[in-house]
Design a protein around this ligand. Structure first.
Ligand code: FES
Ligand SMILES: [Fe+2]
Length: 396
């Protein structure tokens, strides 16, 4: 079964159908009260970028992997986050823990591999060895090194929680950081994500792009349903409606519905009876840096992780999740084809436009920039960012 029905109750689905039919019938879209003016330096300022890494990403949980990327005990994955490279390790009891990938001796990069399975992590430099729980197990030639309390020399640990099929991490080893994803998502948004059953999907593939584009430029590109006709004229524009969105803020996060042009085949009747499941995309925007797009037959998950030490570097990852693991050649061919289309759209269109934008906003003489009333999800993001910096303890 490749297509699954929308996992929401009839009332919610009818609401989606009614909102989209109204917008398409009237040429409208959900709108913010005003145009939003922003300072372009938010995309280029190194000081702001350093504050974001420390004051934002050092506190809030972000998705580091899908749980199926480390399915078995002792599986590990190294992930580069804004402040630390972290090693995620599935423990013998099934839980995932995360450690800063730095040897406590003199700072060797403990785990150079991207992924694998290990019970002991041995540092290549002088051979100190750590367990999967981060504890220091052995010191090479210990009698000559001198006396140290091994209990104080474990790898530094970051908070990790698995929820909705993902491994979430707070990118800080400070003692006072606590992770609580349900609380972070808020009741309604947590419910909406739970309904997607992302823990029943499998990660088919991960694409990683290291780009010289500020992470907010990329987040903005995926919050934006207004650029499809223009940017994606050669690929997906014929299949998707542009600039017609139903936006539902849910606390600091938000959900957006957009339509495929195929919705016209079910438009015209009563919203309550319209089978819209295959004709809409439901996107969940997770502040600060993630998007989950539900297509009728798969999920696309994007995250934009600022690189250390720069305002413009971002590691962008896209994951394609499928309901059933692809086993046969036919299944693999189907998802490979989907993936190739996604990559073409991303690499040849979104990244080209956004690379140009990053260069253009680096010009010395530019005025303020504007988000229209129709760019309502982008406005939500920028308002939230501004609030988060005004009072970092509240995070909007
Ligand atoms: S730096 Fe790791 S053992 Fe010396
Ligand atoms: Fe795009």
């Amino acid at each position: 079964m490749l297509y699954t029905d929308l996992p929401y109750d009839e009332e919610t689905k009818t609401g989606f159908a009614r909102a989209m039919f109204d917008h398409l019938d009237n040429g409208t879209t959900d709108m913010a009260p005003d145009i939003l003016e922003i300072d372009p330096r938010i995309y280029t300022d190194p000081e702001l970028a350093a504050r974001e890494r420390k004051e934002l990403f050092g506190y809030v949980p972000i998705i580091a992997a899908h749980s199926t990327e480390l399915p078995d005990r002792n599986d590990f994955l190294t992930v580069r986050l804004p402040n630390n490279e972290v090693v995620l390790v599935r423990q013998p009891d099934g839980e995932v823990r995360g450690f800063v990938n730095t040897c406590r001796h003199r700072g060797g990069r403990l785990v150079p591999e991207e992924k694998g399975t290990k019970r002991i992590f041995s540092c290549r430099y002088h051979g100190w060895a750590y367990g999967a729980d981060g504890s220091l197990r052995s010191i090479a030639d210990e009698p000559t090194f001198g006396t140290v309390d091994r209990n104080c020399m474990s790898l530094l640990e970051v908070p990790v929680e698995e929820r909705h099929g993902f491994v979430w991490v707070i990118d800080s080893a400070a003692d006072d950081r606590k992770i609580d994803i349900a609380e972070w998502l808020g009741h309604d948004f947590d419910d909406s994500l739970a309904a997607m059953e992302m823990d029943r999907y499998t990660c088919y593939t991960v694409g990683t792009f290291d780009v010289d584009i500020n992470w907010k430029v990329l987040m903005d590109a995926f919050l934006d349903g207004y650029h499809i006709t223009s940017t994606h004229a050669g690929t997906v524009a014929p299949y998707f409606y542009n600039n017609a969105q139903f936006w539902q803020p849910m606390g600091r996060h938000g959900r957006m519905v957009t339509a495929r042009k195929s919705i016209d085949t079910v438009r015209g009747g009563s919203p309550a009876d319209a089978p819209i499941d295959r004709h809409i995309t439901v996107a969940h925007f997770l502040m600060p840096n993630m998007t989950v797009l539900r297509q009728p037959d798969h999920l696309e998950v994007l995250n934009f992780v600022p690189a250390p030490g720069t305002a413009v570097g971002t590691r962008m990852q896209m994951r394609l999740l499928t309901r059933e693991p692809a086993v046969t050649d036919e299944q693999k061919a189907r998802w490979d084809k989907n993936w190739a289309i996604l990559m073409a759209v991303l690499r040849d269109e979104d990244l080209v436009v956004n690379d140009g934008l990053q260069k253009a906003v680096s010009n010395t003489d530019i005025g303020p920039l504007y988000f229209g009333r129709n760019e309502i999800a982008n406005q939500h993001f920028h308002h939230w960012m501004a609030r988060a910096f005004a009072d970092p303890r509240k995070w909007g």
